[in-house]
Write a protein that binds this ligand. Structure first.
Ligand code: ADP
Ligand code: MG
Length: 296
């Protein structure tokens, strides 16, 4: 497995390995695809042929590299991975996620994708939507999100966007909400936990990196069902689904499906977020199930 080590991740890894050992499942920890090579039909890390493993558990958002994700895709052609590469790649792309969620009947923000030459499409849509958000399709932490308040600010932004080396524009209708969200963790189709995040006073983004903060918040059945449906639609074994309440449409909307949702940090655990053990147990069950299937 490969799991992030900051924010208490190292301790989580130890617990997972211990619980797997109790089930006679041997784990090789900190297997780094970034430092692996491939030759002669094998992918090799530290003299280990990774293609001989029963399963690879990849859970490290912070240390991803292009080479590592390239080998993630390659390795998943040979052995099972959690999450599967396809589901992981889907969750990393905001447009693909919206497309799939909407096609499977999960409410999301209205979105539009168009070619970079088709600025006219954006002009049309801002007239209809009033406010929208430009999003890099592969962004995270609220970075690069740009709120476009009116036609004039779109006109100002266009030359900058055109200077950038992008093929397409992905925009979402700006949803009126109370600047809080629900983060719902799902593992193996089961509800793990829910907490909330609140944007800081001078931001509309709930991301911690944008100044947002975590608070204790319970989910209701509707929210849990939406999160399960979104997770299934994306084909994810493990997911953190971000949900907000659209004040105009009066419905819950899925904003994002994260394929590597963090465990509660030691500080968050002190706040009362106590879902780590449950999540570990469900992940161990999942690994157990998937490795058994392969072995027999
Ligand atoms: N369509 C939207 N309407 C209103 N707020 C949004 C919308 N999309 C995103 N946000 C706000 O911006 C934050 C970051 O957006 P998100 O799509 O999750 O990108 P990231 O991957 O950077 O977290 C969200 O948590 C939410 O607070
Ligand atoms: Mg987000």
């Amino acid at each position: 497995m490969w799991l992030y080590s900051n924010g208490g991740g190292d301790k989580i890894a130890k617990k997972i390995i211990k619980k797997l050992a109790d089930r006679d499942i041997e784990t090789i920890n900190d297997v780094r695809l970034h430092d692996s090579i491939s030759q002669n039909g094998h992918i090799i890390y530290d003299d280990i042929k990774l293609d001989k493993l029963d399963l690879f558990f990849s859970y490290n958002a912070g240390e991803q590299t292009q080479y590592q994700t390239y080998l993630y895709q390659a390795l998943n052609r040979l052995i099972p991975m959690i999450n599967s590469y396809d589901a992981f790649a889907l969750s990393e792309d905001k447009f693909h996620t919206s497309l799939v969620l909407r096609s499977k009947g999960v409410a999301t923000a209205d979105y539009k994708l168009c070619h970079r030459d088709d600025g006219a499409a954006l002009k049309k849509i801002i007239k209809k939507w009033d406010k929208m958000i430009y999003k890099p399709t592969d962004g995270w932490g609220g970075l690069g999100l740009t709120k476009i308040e009116n036609e004039a600010s779109l006109d100002m932004l266009m030359p900058f966007l055109n200077q950038m080396d992008i093929r397409y524009f992905y925009v979402e209708k700006f949803i009126k909400y109370d600047n809080t969200d629900f983060r719902v963790d799902i593992v193996n189709g089961e509800f793990v936990a829910c907490y909330g995040r609140r944007a800081s006073r001078d931001d509309w983004r709930t991301n911690i990196t944008s100044g947002g903060s975590v608070f204790m918040r319970e989910a209701n059945d509707e929210i849990i069902n939406i999160a399960k449906k979104a997770t299934k639609a994306c084909g994810l074994d493990i997911a953190g689904v971000d949900i907000i309440y659209d004040l105009e449409k009066e419905e819950y909307v899925v904003l994002e499906v994260n394929g590597i949702p963090a465990f509660a940090t030691p500080e968050q655990e002190k706040m009362g977020l106590d879902f780590n053990d449950k999540k570990i147990e469900l992940i161990v069950d999942l690994i157990d199930k998937k490795t058994k299937k392969k072995g027999k």
